[in-house]
Design a protein around this ligand. Structure first.
Ligand code: AG3
Length: 287
């Protein structure tokens, strides 16, 4: 009998991967957690039916959400990561020697526990001495922080269910306050190809723009996400992601990567016309 995982990317589009084995199926206090083993993508983490990562392409997402901000400000020392229970973002951050302290705030302890058991590829740095894990709601956690972080990374689910609060005006305002005067906020920013995601992305983008003087979007090709084209937001109080890009410094770190490199860093901010057109519909757009 054949076993397939299917995510409905829209009401009229399905994306399926042939499965070897269904390793975990658990309803936590917050969401349905599934971990599967597949023939073509290795192990797969699924939350509430939405594919979060596969072993085959997770490096694209995790490198792009970390190396881009780190190579713009090599003095990043204190980092706050919201979500990210699979550990992939933490793994990439821990490769940077300048990073001294990482607070990771994940609402669902079971995601971390199950990923530790089944996804060692991404959880391998969660025990690094610099990492401090809090099992709390990220929205509440940032309320209490002021002028504390050089970088905040929002590695969330889609803006439905437990991740919804991480796309609100209140949250972005508190992130602004929690960042130092040269702080950077990077978030997973959905995509524009399908309308439902485009609406969520536009809302998030105009909210971020209302707080940060620099608010840009960059892209990556992630084969297993809806449409295969995914966006990240780069919002900042001072640093410009392209003008302040420190390629020499990044090269001097000698980090072997799968997707990110100095050419991608510049190129990922060059957005296709259809993405620019959607962004232009957001409040305060200056494209
Ligand atoms: N978080 C963003 C996943 C969004 C994918 N959406 C979807 N499949 N509908 C990924 C978490 C990786 N650390």
């Amino acid at each position: 009998m054949e076993l397939w995982f299917t995510e409905n990317h829209t009401s009229g589009v399905k994306f399926s991967i042939k499965i070897k084995e269904h390793l975990v199926s658990e309803q936590s206090e917050f969401q349905k957690i599934d971990i599967l083993d597949s023939y073509d993508f290795g192990r797969i983490l699924v939350l509430d039916g939405c594919l979060m990562l596969t072993e085959k392409d997770e490096k694209i997402y995790h490198e792009m959400i970390t190396h881009v901000p780190l190579s713009v400000n090599p003095n990043i020392k204190r980092v706050l990561v919201i979500g990210a229970g699979d550990g992939g973002t933490i793994r990439e951050l821990c490769r940077f020697k300048n990073v001294e302290h990482i607070d990771m705030v994940e609402i669902d302890r079971r995601v971390v526990e199950l990923c530790r058991e089944y996804l060692p590829q991404t959880t391998c740095s969660l025990d690094d001495k610099r990492v401090h894990i809090y099992y709390e709601d990220g929205l509440k956690f940032v309320r209490g922080a002021e002028n504390e972080y050089d970088l905040i990374i929002v590695d969330s689910t889609d803006p439905f269910g437990p991740g919804e609060g991480l796309f609100t005006k209140e949250f972005y305002g508190n992130c602004y306050k929690a960042l130092k005067s040269d702080g950077i906020l990077v978030n997973q920013h959905e995509s524009t190809f399908y309308d439902e995601y485009a609406q969520a992305m536009k809302r998030a983008h105009s909210r971020i723009k209302s707080f940060f003087p620099i608010a840009l979007v960059y892209q990556a090709h992630i084969p297993t996400y809806p449409s295969g084209h995914w966006l990240f937001g780069f919002a900042s109080k001072k640093f410009h992601p392209v003008d302040d890009f420190n390629a020499e410094w990044w090269l001097s770190q000698e980090l072997k990567t799968y997707y990110y490199n100095r050419f991608v860093h510049i190129g990922c901010f060059a957005l296709p016309q259809n993405v620019r057109d959607v962004l232009r519909e957001t409040k305060g757009a200056n494209l």
